[in-house]
Each structure stands twice: as structure tokens, then as C-alpha cells.
Design a protein around this ligand. Structure first.
Ligand code: NAD
Length: 388
């Protein structure tokens, strides 16, 4: 049976939620990002030499995969970035190459396809390769980019298995290049405030947390790789639930020790015949705190909340490109709207240039893959507790 969900349904959902880009104002918050202090960020990289700067003192980036996210978020963001610019593209579709070359003034020598991609090793214009392909292709292209001696940004989820995530980290280490994951919310002020509230115990110790993320993908007419387990690695957990895993970990500032999980009932078996429609799960921490999480491809939702000893907070919506709203027991949070992807790529490019590990390193993606595998393992055993 042909799968029948459009990328339009996803785009419309984001739009309806006020989550599309739209924000022309770009701000660079004065406070520095509070990084997730869990073990995922603890390792420091060996210093790599500073790369020479390209056009206007910026690093050159090549986008690999010119789909929705590259077209409507990353490329426009790269017109606003101050540390990095769109130097090249990698695409399997010649018509896209033509259109992008014209729109962004990309020279022929900086255009690659998936076959000749490895030649990028000889291209001095390109310092960073950004992998924006279906999830199961992240490992291959990250490893090829690392072997071509380029720093890598890889979209979430980092891979479709822990083993692949580890291979990606190993390849980057072997080649002396950096690996960062496209976790844009580490550069977004409302989510950064949540990191502070939780990790610095502004309202005391966190007692309970909740994270929900999903969208309604049940209506539509086109094929979509997200519904194909081989390409996506899984269902809503891989695509949307990963934001809940992130949100809970950066609120707590640590990694859960175990998870319990159950698949939701599949109400749309014709659509979700290869991947899960949704999962409810719990993340268990060493101090006894249990986070409640839920992800679905059949429901629009997107919250991150916590109750601490002396207060509470909630982001709703929490994970969008724009339009994030937040509240604490003291009132509404007041932060500017930012261009998340621009801040993310600028921040990551700066860390590459300085030879410092990104605040969203490959190890963080690996940690999340370990949690994801544990959640699937628990769900397959109908809720058995699985150690992370
Ligand atoms: P998309 O389907 O719009 O684009 C995928 C691109 O990969 C297309 O250009 C397609 O031509 C290309 N491709 C190459 N081989 C393919 C194959 N075998 N099957 C299907 N497509 C193939 O997807 P997208 O929404 O741009 O997502 C791409 C990646 O970006 C995913 O890993 C996704 O999780 C991630 N993403 C991240 C965010 C975020 O907010 N960080 C948002 C959207 C997507």
C-alpha cells in the first residue's frame, strides 16, 4: 500500500502553530548558552587548527539534501548568518542545482551530487558540510564528509542506530574534524531559560517534568520517507519525540538511567503500517524523578513543563521555529523572537573555527540515540524497564 501523507501536512501544521520562520528580527542574546551539563557534552575535543576564513571572513558551508528543511529554513537562515555562508550544495536532482545556483549565486565548482560528493575534499571554499538527508543516510554522508576533512553538522536524529552514531563520531575524530547535531533549540532563548531554571535549580530541585511533541500526519496524498522505517529508522519518536528527550535532558542537565515505554494504539494502520504512530514513555533519573513524555504522528502537540520545589514553568508551544511561548509561576516569560537556525549555524561555525566542541556535539546525538533505542526496546517488551 502506498503511503499517503504529504510534507504539506507537516508544513501546514507548523504554519498553523505559528512556527514557520517569518521572524525577520534576528537577535543575539547577550547571555551565553547554558549547555546541557550531562555527560554528553562533558568530553572535550582535541584542538584542531583554525581553518582559513572564506568569503567576508565566514566559513563556507555546503548543504547536502535540498528538501524542505534546507529550502525553507537553512538556506534563508544562511543569508542572515555572520560566521558562515552558503558556499555549496549537494543534490541528486539537477533541476534543483540549477535553481539554487541562480538563487544563491553558487559557482558550478561548488555543486556536487551524491556520487561525486567525495571530491569535496579538494574544495577550499567548503569548510563545513551540513547533512539534511533522510535519517538513515546521515551516517554514510557524515562519514564521507569527515573523510573529506570537512567539519560536519548533522540533522536530528543523528542516525538510526547507536552503532551508526558511534561510527560517525569515530570518523570525525579520526579525521580531526568536529561533529555537531542540528539541535537548534540550544540557541533559542525560551529553551535556554528552561535549561537555567532546571539546571541551576532557580525554583529548587525539579520534582516532575512533562514533554509532548507531535503533529497530525494522517491526511495527505504524497509519499513520505518519514513513514518508511528503513529511511526514517522509526516513527514519531525519531522525528518529534527526540525533542522531548532533548527537552527533558536539558531541563535536568543529565541523562536518565532508565526508560519505560508503550506504543500508542495504531488508529491509522493504512498510514502507519511500517512505523509507530506514537509512543508514551517515562525517563527515570538517578534522584527518583520521572519525566512523562509522549509523541505522536496523529496529534498536534508541543509542550515542555516542569514542577520544582518552589515554582513551575511551561513552554507551549515549546519546539517550533518561531512563536515559542513560556510562563513560570511568576508570570509570562519575555524573550525576543530569534532566527534559531541562523544562531545555531553561527554558534556551531564559531566553535569549529576555534577548535572547540560545539554545545550540541556528536556525543549528545549518540546519547539521544541510546535513549531512543532503550525506549523502542521497552515499548517492544510492553513497558519493561530498560537501562540506558
Ligand atoms: P525532505 O523530504 O523535505 O528532504 C529530504 C531530501 O533528501 C530531499 O532533497 C530528497 O531529494 C533527498 N533524498 C536523497 N535521497 C533520498 C531518498 N532515498 N529518499 C528520500 N529523499 C531523499 O526532508 P526534510 O524535512 O528536509 O528532512 C531532512 C532531515 O532534516 C531529516 O533528518 C529531518 O529529521 C531533519 N529536519 C530537522 C528539522 C529541525 O528542526 N532541526 C526540521 C525538519 C527536518
Amino acid at each position: 500500500m502506498k503511503k499517503t501523507v504529504t510534507t504539506d501536512s507537516r508544513r501546514n501544521f507548523l504554519k498553523n502553530m505559528g512556527l514557520t520562520i517569518g521572524a525577520s528580527m534576528i537577535t543575539f542574546p547577550a547571555f551565553s548558552a547554558l549547555s546541557d551539563s550531562s555527560d554528553a557534552t562533558a568530553q572535550q575535543t582535541d584542538a584542531v587548527p583554525l581553518k582559513p576564513l572564506n568569503k567576508d571572513g565566514k566559513l563556507g558551508i555546503a548543504l547536502v539534501g535540498l528538501g524542505q528543511y534546507s529550502t525553507f529554513q537553512l538556506a534563508p537562515a544562511l543569508e542572515q548568518t555572520k560566521n558562515v555562508y552558503l558556499a555549496g550544495i549537494v543534490t541528486g536532482t539537477p533541476s534543483k542545482a540549477t535553481a539554487w545556483k541562480k538563487k544563491y549565486g553558487i559557482p558550478d565548482k561548488n555543486v556536487y551530487n551524491y556520487k561525486n560528493f567525495d571530491d569535496i575534499i579538494n574544495n577550499k571554499d567548503i569548510d563545513v558540510v551540513y547533512i539534511v538527508l533522510p535519517n538513515s543516510m546521515h551516517a554514510e554522508f557524515t562519514i564521507r564528509a569527515a573523510n573529506a576533512k570537512k567539519h560536519v553538522i548533522c540533522e536530528k536524529p543523528m542516525a538510526t542506530s547507536v552503532a551508526d552514531a558511534q561510527r560517525m563520531i569515530d570518523a570525525c575524530q579520526k579525521n580531526g574534524v568536529q561533529l555537531a547535531i542540528g539541535y537548534r533549540l540550544h540557541f533559542e532563548p525560551f529553551n535556554k531559560r528552561v535549561m537555567e531554571l532546571g539546571q541551576q535549580q532557580v525554583y529548587g530541585k525539579v520534582k516532575s517534568l512533562k514533554a509532548l511533541n507531535g503533529f497530525n500526519a494522517t491526511k495527505g496524498t504524497l509519499d513520505m520517507w518519514r513513514l518508511d522505517k528503513e529511511l526514517a529508522g522509526g516513527g514519531s519518536l525519531m522525528d518529534m519525540g527526540i525533542y522531548c528527550i532533548q527537552g527533558i535532558c536539558y531541563t535536568m542537565g543529565k541523562t536518565p538511567i532508565a526508560v519505560t515505554a508503550k506504543f500508542m494504539d495504531n488508529q491509522h494502520p493504512l498510514v502507519f503500517n511500517d512505523i509507530e504512530q506514537g509512543i508514551n514513555w517515562q525517563m527515570h533519573f538517578d534522584d527518583g524523578v520521572v519525566a512523562e513524555c509522549s509523541t505522536s504522528y496523529a496529534e498536534n502537540m508541543g509542550d515542555l513543563s516542569a514542577v520544582a520545589e518552589k515554582g513551575w514553568w511551561k513552554l507551549s508551544p515549546a519546539y517550533g521555529y518561531d512563536g515559542i511561548k513560556g510562563e513560570t509561576n511568576e508570570g509570562k516569560m519575555d524573550f525576543p523572537s530569534v532566527y534559531e537556525q541562523a544562531l545555531q549555524m553561527d554558534g556551531q561555525a564559531e566553535s569549529f573555527r576555534k577548535g572547540q566542541k560545539s554545545i550540541t556535539p556528536g556525543e549528545m546525538g549518540l546519547r539521544d540515540m541510546k535513549i531512543i533505542e532503550a525506549i523502542y526496546k521497552s515499548a517492544r517488551s510492553d513497558g519493561k524497564k530498560v537501562t540506558v
